[in-house]
Structure formats: C-alpha cells, structure tokens
Design a protein around this ligand. Structure first.
Ligand code: SF4
Ligand code: F3S
Ligand code: ZN
Length: 103
C-alpha cells in the first residue's frame, strides 16, 4: 500500500502537469508517487481503473508508462485541486495505491 507518510519519507524530485512527483524515480521501473493532496503510487498502481471511473469530479487521467513492471498505464491525479475528499478512490482501489489527505 501507499505510504501515508510519503511527504516525510520521500523527496519531491520533479513535477508533472502541475503536481508534485515524490521519488525515487528511475524510469521505466520506478516512477514514484504522483500528486500530494491526491497521491497515486505509480509503482503500486496496476491500472485497475476504478478510481478513474468512480471519481465524481474526474481528478484522474490515464498516462502511458511503457515497460513499468506492474502496468503500462497509470491513473494520474491531473486535476487534484478539484478533489472534494469523498474518499471513493481510496476505497475502490484494489491495491491501495491512493492516499487522499482529507485533513
Ligand atoms: Fe475523486 Fe473523491 Fe478521490 Fe477526491 S477523494 S480524487 S473527489 S474519488
Ligand atoms: Fe491504479 Fe488503483 Fe486507480 S490500481 S487505476 S490507482 S483504482
Ligand atoms: Zn503525474
């Protein structure tokens, strides 16, 4: 599962489409965590798609991640500022790849 303390345990190494990327990143095998308020651990995501389908405000957009060992698509929190903290995505992800800081 995603580490809920990732902002303390990881370094912000990059940004992507306006959101933070938390390392380590070593493409293509290690892609880190994308987003901060809505955070997706790309190294855990298996492209199940439930988050993309269920988010009521369309926070997620698919991105291609060729040659990643878990999946070649990831749910990117491209619109994390629109999140309404409903926690649906956290509940439906089968591999617990998402953390939403609703505090
Ligand atoms: Fe979307 Fe709700 Fe997840 Fe926020 S908590 S990203 S609104 S599903
Ligand atoms: Fe990935 Fe979980 Fe969404 S596996 S596509 S973050 S439901
Ligand atoms: Zn991203």
């Amino acid at each position: 599962a995603i580490d809920p303390q990732f902002t303390e345990n990881r370094e912000q190494v990059d940004s992507h489409k306006g959101h933070d990327v938390w390392g380590p990143v070593e493409e293509p095998e290690k892609l880190g965590i994308h987003g901060t308020h809505v955070a997706v651990d790309f190294d855990i995501c298996i492209a199940d798609g439930a988050c993309v389908e269920d988010c009521p405000v369309d926070v997620f957009e698919w991105v291609d991640t060729p040659d990643h060992p878990e999946s070649e698509l990831k749910a990117d929190p491209a619109n994390e500022s629109q999140c309404i903290d409903c926690m649906l995505c956290v509940d439906v992800c089968p591999v617990d790849a998402i953390d939403v800081d609703a505090g």
